[in-house]
Design a protein around this ligand. Structure first.
Ligand code: HEM
Length: 234
């Protein structure tokens, strides 16, 4: 097998990339199912149907969703470590700037899954099991459900620029000026992405309720970041 390129040491990054894309689909596939299909269905379902969904479906979807997120995150940073560490590509290069833009947005999405969406859903599942047995409901479930929904909508918004920069890193020609500082670009990134993440943690659903708005905002953020990179660092 040593004469097959796939099994040579030089293919380590390829394996990471393959697994990364597999787990990325597993994760974002579930995210899109929740946001494009399930949330609308749940807003029309009666209490008994919701209870069955929370008890029987949510534990399954949440398992593949959160572990998909974990392995996407690990393989993604594995590739960054390989390219920046072993291959010595600088974080300040055009590739480094583009992949860190996508990778940092992806990392925030991963944190939203493990620190907001999953802990809330764990309690929502527990609450559905308790109430189906006639036990008292857990306090604050409605607030938790709405916080998880805002974080989930935010991740759908973030997925648009995240995938743009992720796939642009090696497939879109981006040139940065040797003279330009990257501080203005990363400042715009921090303010823009930080404001959207702040809304996920503390803010309201507002315009994120409608999926068309979420996708349009995602496209707007993508264009703003692309222009900021081209004009402030290019
Ligand atoms: C969680 C944080 C993430 C990090 C740190 C990360 C990092 C990376 C890195 C370093 C690459 C290699 C890029 C290159 O060689 O030019 C990559 C490629 C890729 N990533 Fe991610 N990623 C993350 C999340 C995601 C997610 C959620 C998806 C969703 C599907 C995704 C989809 C892809 C795809 C399709 C590629 C292949 C791009 C190509 O070959 O051009 N990534 N990612």
């Amino acid at each position: 097998m040593s004469n097959l390129p796939l099994f040579s040491g030089a293919s380590a990054e390829f394996w990471l990339r393959w697994f990364h894309t597999f787990f990325g689909i597993l994760w974002i596939g579930h995210l899109y199912y929740f946001n494009f299909s399930q949330m609308g269905f749940m807003s029309e379902a009666d209490a008994a149907t919701k209870s069955v969904v929370f008890q029987k479906l949510t534990p399954r979807t949440m398992k593949y969703f959160r572990y998909g997120a974990l392995f996407t995150f690990l393989t993604g940073w594995g590739m960054i470590g390989h390219k920046m560490g072993a291959m010595g590509i600088p974080a300040t290069s055009a590739w480094g700037t583009v992949i860190l833009t996508g990778g940092l947005i992806g990392t925030l999405m991963f944190l939203n899954v493990w620190l907001i969406i999953w802990p809330a859903n764990k309690l929502i599942i527990e609450n559905a099991v308790r109430t189906s047995k006639g036990e008292s409901a857990l306090p604050g479930i409605a607030d938790l459900a709405s916080r998880a929904a805002i974080a989930s909508r935010t991740n759908t918004l973030f997925s648009v620029p995240m995938l743009f920069f992720m796939t642009a890193a090696s497939h879109l020609s981006v040139t940065l000026s040797d003279q330009a500082s990257l501080v203005p670009y990363w400042s715009v990134f921090t303010i823009l992405i930080g404001a959207i993440e702040f809304n996920a943690i503390k803010g309201k659903m507002g315009l994120l309720q409608k999926m068309a708005h979420v996708i349009h905002f995602g496209l707007l953020v993508t264009i703003l970041l692309y222009l900021a990179m081209a004009f402030l660092a290019g």
